[in-house]
Design a protein around this ligand. Structure first.
Ligand code: 5AD
Ligand code: SF4
Length: 481
């Protein structure tokens, strides 16, 4: 999943009455009431898209509890960090952030500091011992309890709730969109993970896998469309294993069917999703992507390693041949589909030959994009307990650099093939580099930059691509799409 960091801003929250009648089902999402308690919260998010979306659920819960929001932590009565544990570096970053918040606590001891998310879940009470300024520790399944925990902390007690749940999906909560461009939004369709990849802390921090009520997902997408949003990204650690059983009819909805339900909300709504798992991605899903123009032709399919021996040790439950067959299926069923991946360099016992297998796989697939990391041992994981973290850091970093260099070549090569062609782009924002330019993504999730002229965020335009780098495409608008 994409990793981002931002501050908070609540905009564009319009209370829309909601009635979802698709397929005879009605689902009403909760709309937060604004009953001001005079207190303000500030929230900062780290880690994956799921975490950013969780902060939006937290915002809805706190708003309902009477809190207002502020973008300025100096003004906040409650300062929240929604944290990530995926690699040691992610946790170090939070620790450093807590250091800088010490001054706030000194100047305003009554301000409460809360740590949310994966790091809270991993460290539990220990976090209170290690970080003196923290008042509240809340795991990913306990956000409904936040208003109570705040009351407890206001009474002078340090408050912890890190209970994991087998049922919690926050299904009926309508997230308050933070830092929204009013065009693109995340929708969580499931929580947790049952895969137990040996390197990964997620099953420990986010608990067992559970799928959210399909009609609540459709209701959320419908609400977003009614408010002018044009794109949703369906989020889960492993979206292909989405499975929701309607308790009234016993009808089961799988991921392919859910994709169709969301695609049918509006032909003007683009549908994206992340993350796919090679072991579970079915042809049925691929045919569904091919069937609907508004389901984007882009699949994030983490491979982690090109060596079957390492994949086995990682407990990925597929081998290289299986992965290559899934890539071939994508190419066969959706010929214009972009594929991106995640790769870990220097996992336990990785040899130069294993590394070369990863390089060879990359040369075979030629990914459009990749997120690449060196292996960081996480306490409590299968790998930490069973295998020695025996690849020297220097070697990990060198292998990672080779992987990054190769990926840059491939991204550039792929982007060069887009030059001279017209791409349908959904305008998302002003370009980072220049106020005179706008940018947005094409179907394949590539960032396209073009002169602003009179075009507006939220419009679909056709862009003739004239040049590219390994990171983006550049061109000019030739008309509305
Ligand atoms: N070390 C390095 N990278 C990791 N990832 C997950 N756990 C670790 C770890 N311990 C990477 C994987 C995953 C992505 C979200 O983060 O590639 O797909
Ligand atoms: Fe997301 Fe994983 Fe980080 Fe948790 S540990 S925030 S699930 S990337």
């Amino acid at each position: 999943m994409q990793h981002l960091t931002t501050n908070t801003d609540i905009r564009q929250h319009i209370n829309t009455p909601l009635e979802e009648k698709r397929q005879g089902e009605v689902f009403e999402l909760e709309q937060p009431m604004v009953a001001d308690n005079g207190k303000k919260f500030y929230i900062e998010s780290y880690g994956c898209q799921m975490n950013f979306n969780d902060s939006e659920v937290v915002a809805a819960i706190l708003t309902k509890g009477g809190f207002g929001v502020t973008k300025d932590y100096e003004q906040a009565d409650l300062i929240l960090l929604n944290t990530c544990s995926i690699r040691d570096k992610a946790e170090q970053r939070i620790r450093n952030r807590l250091r800088t918040l010490q001054t706030v606590k000194k100047e305003r001891p009554e301000a409460l500091i809360g740590v949310l998310g994966c790091m809270a879940e991993r460290l539990k009470k220990k976090l209170l011992e290690e970080e003196q300024i923290v008042d509240i520790v809340v795991g990913p399944d306990a956000y409904r309890d936040l208003p109570n925990l705040v009351v407890e902390a206001e009474g002078g007690q340090r408050a912890v709730n890190v209970l994991l749940s087998r049922e919690e999906t926050y299904g009926e909560i309508n997230p308050i969109r933070l830092n929204s461009n009013g065009v693109t939004a995340f929708i969580s369709i499931m929580r947790g993970c049952d895969n137990m990849c040996s390197f990964c802390v997620v099953p420990f921090t986010r608990g067992r896998e559970r799928s959210r009520n399909a009609y609540s997902i459709v209701a959320e997408a419908t609400d977003l469309v009614n408010r002018g949003f044009k794109e949703v990204t369906l989020l889960g650690q492993n979206v292909d294993s989405y499975k929701w059983k309607n308790p009234e009819t016993n009808q089961v909805v799988n991921f392919a069917e859910l994709l169709e339900m969301v695609a049918l909300v509006s032909p003007q709504l683009r549908v994206r999703f992340s993350t796919s798992h090679p072991k579970d991605m079915t042809d049925e899903v691929l045919y569904m992507i091919a069937k609907y123009e508004n389901i984007c032709k882009y699949i994030h399919l983490p491979v982690q390693s090109g060596s079957s021996r390492i994949l086995k040790k990682m407990n990925r439950t597929y081998d290289r041949a299986w992965y290559e067959e899934r890539v071939a299926a994508i190419r066969r069923i959706i010929p214009d589909c972009a594929i991106s991946t995640d790769i870990i360099a220097g996992f336990c016992s990785e040899t130069e030959e294993d590394h070369q297998e990863t390089i060879r796989l990359m040369n075979d697939v030629k990914y459009e994009m990749a997120y690449m990391f060196w292996y960081s041992e996480r306490p409590g994981t299968l790998a930490a307990r069973r295998y020695e973290d025996d690849v020297p850091l220097k070697v990990k970093k060198r292998r990672l650099q080779e992987i990054i260099n190769l990926e840059n070549d491939h991204s550039l090569e792929r982007n060069q093939k887009d030059v001279g062609k017209i791409h349908k782009v959904l305008i998302e924002k002003t370009s980072k580099r220049s106020d005179a330019d706008l940018c947005g993504r094409n179907d394949q999730n590539k960032m396209v930059i073009f002169p602003r002229e009179d075009y507006q965020v939220g419009e679909y335009v056709n862009v003739l691509v004239e040049s590219c780098s390994s990171a983006s495409l550049k061109g000019k608008v030739v008309g509305y799409a």
